[in-house]
Design a protein around this ligand. Structure first.
Ligand code: 5GP
Ligand code: ZN
Length: 133
């Protein structure tokens, strides 16, 4: 298995581990772009949100909340952004499911909300296309 995150879980590649339990693993992102940038991943290899089972997703969300609360309650941060990409069209680059935790302070100068260029369609058309009945 050539998956880089599976290698991190198996300790074939070193990582700065923040937290680990039976189902999930959390470690610092190598990007060094935002202090505390953390990745939360399932221990079993799952590609992304499109193929994850509900139980694993629940474990991941519980770990995301645990780490987020730790960062805010014990580490001097005031909030978090949770970011995620599923699929290459969505700019996923590592195809092992992961959520990014971006810890925030009110004066950190980070802008975690991209400025989109604007929707092409009216909301009515989009609604007709997307509603799940
Ligand atoms: P994506 O673009 O798929 O949402 O995010 C992949 C993330 O994995 C990137 O933020 C990238 O910096 C991180 N990453 C890629 N390779 C490694 C690695 O070997 N170690 C760690 N800690 N992070 C990695
Ligand atoms: Zn993997």
């Amino acid at each position: 298995m050539s998956c880089i995150f599976c290698k991190i879980i198996n300790q074939e590649i070193p990582s700065f581990k923040i937290y680990e339990d039976e189902y999930t693993y959390a470690f610092l992102d190598i990007a060094k772009d935002v202090d505390g940038h953390t990745l939360v991943i399932p221990k079993k290899h799952i590609e992304n949100i499109l193929d994850v089972d509900a139980e694993t997703l629940e474990h991941l969300m519980n770990t995301i909340q645990k780490i987020s609360k730790h960062y805010v309650e014990n580490c001097g941060f005031e909030g978090v952004n949770i970011l995620h990409a599923s699929g290459s069209a969505a700019q996923q680059t590592v195809f092992h499911l992961h959520f990014h935790i971006i810890p925030r302070t009110s004066n950190d100068g980070v802008d975690a909300w991209p400025k989109f260029s604007g929707a092409k369609n009216e909301l009515e058309k989009t609604f007709d296309l997307l509603k799940l009945e």
